[in-house]
Design a protein around this ligand. Structure first.
Ligand code: ZN
Length: 133
């Protein structure tokens, strides 16, 4: 079913949700807590700037797609780095990271949009190994 909802940012958006009525009301509540597509996009762009990620290279469509893929790995990388006491935004400027931190740094320095797209189904660990090759 099609629902017009108000997102947490105050913008309205149409969502499509199917299922049993109690599942639908739960999904609607979750959807209302999210930002609309445009606000989410600019929040991600801000985050990218804060971290200091390099610009991606490729056609405009490839870059757009690859950025979305890279965003998915940011949270995973931060969760991985937290126990090591490392923040992603510090890591990119760190001259001498070691072990996993070094691999994750190399991953986020990959600027080829085509590379991110080609490897998008790998988990963070494998991505970091591939980036190190
Ligand atoms: Zn919004």
């Amino acid at each position: 079913m099609k629902y017009l909802i108000t997102r947490s940012c105050g913008h309205q958006e149409t969502v499509y949700i199917y299922g049993r009525s109690q599942d639908i009301s739960r999904s609607l509540l979750l959807e209302k807590e999210k930002l609309c597509k445009a606000c989410w996009q600019s929040q991600q762009e801000e985050m990218e700037k804060d971290i200091g990620l390099p610009e991606l290279e490729g056609s405009p469509e490839q870059v757009k797609w690859a950025k979305r893929i890279r965003w998915d790995y940011i949270e995973e990388a931060e969760n991985h780095l937290r126990p090591l006491g490392v923040r992603l935004q510090d890591l990119l400027g760190d001259e001498n990271p070691e072990g996993d931190a070094l691999r994750i740094k190399k991953l986020f320095l990959v600027t080829s949009a085509a590379w991110w797209i080609k490897n998008r189904y790998n988990d963070l660990r494998l991505m970091a190994i591939l980036a190190d090759l």
